[in-house]
Design a protein around this ligand. Sequence first.
Ligand code: GLU
Length: 298
Amino acid sequence: MGRFAPSPTGLLHFGSLVAALGSWLDARAAGGRWLVRIEDVDTPRIVPGADQAILSDLESFGLHWDGEVLWQSQRTGRYRAALEALRAEGLIYPCHCSRKQITAASQRRARDGGLRYAGTCRNAPYVAEGGCAQRVRTHAGLICFDDALQGRQCEDIEREVGDFVLLRADGVWAYQLAVVVDDAEQGVTDIVRGADLLDSTPRQIFLQRLLGYPEPRYLHLPVACNAAGEKLSKQTLARAVAALAPSDALGLALEFLGHAPPAALRGAPVPELLDWARGAWRRDRLPAARAASAPPGV
Ligand code: GLU
């Protein structure tokens, strides 16, 4: 079972189409189910209506999903239950540190650019007041996994990231916790997504282990970059992929994924293109890089 889990912070761009198509093909080629989950917990960043626009884009690209779409904003009770289960084991503590204090105390940056938390509040006496972040206690030791495309990955999260936030001071649930709870509850076995999430995977595996969840298999696709070498995103002003004809966009995304359709299929209708791709899909045709250039004009 695979899934696509977009954050509705903007329109679907070429990079998000690549992630959706890659996970859809990987699931469908194996005869598996494919789910869609709207990751809308980071409320300040959510763009109203972006969820519906993403869903209608997926439909126009022929990427139909199984079952009901899940909205994370409706599942905060599940995240609370997971947090309390960890708290009962003494693994959660409140953190009052301001960003300024964290920066001053931190001596290193994590691989994803975030600051390592130095553990300032770790041994402070417990205060059950609201308005502070909740962190999970990490411990030393390597967390390793074999990514189906990027190879073996290892990280000592205690050393490199430190105790990380599961619930922010402003009441927003952290992606790391929500994604793990939902993937487990939905029975996701195969996670195919962009390599921008490779570095947060050890944190997710750490939480899966603490919560007694099974560990899914991971495959991280190369991230699509613009001519300046930046990841396509709202911040880098990536265009909406819906501006292209669906079969053209799919053809380009397939080529990006090492599955250029044969010339005879140029301009073919979406279902025909997807039928061909499902039959042709082979993981060993994927480019094993963390990033690759998007085609011009997307
Ligand atoms: N919601 C995350 C994002 O759009 C992706 C989550 C995932 O696939 O694990 O970056």
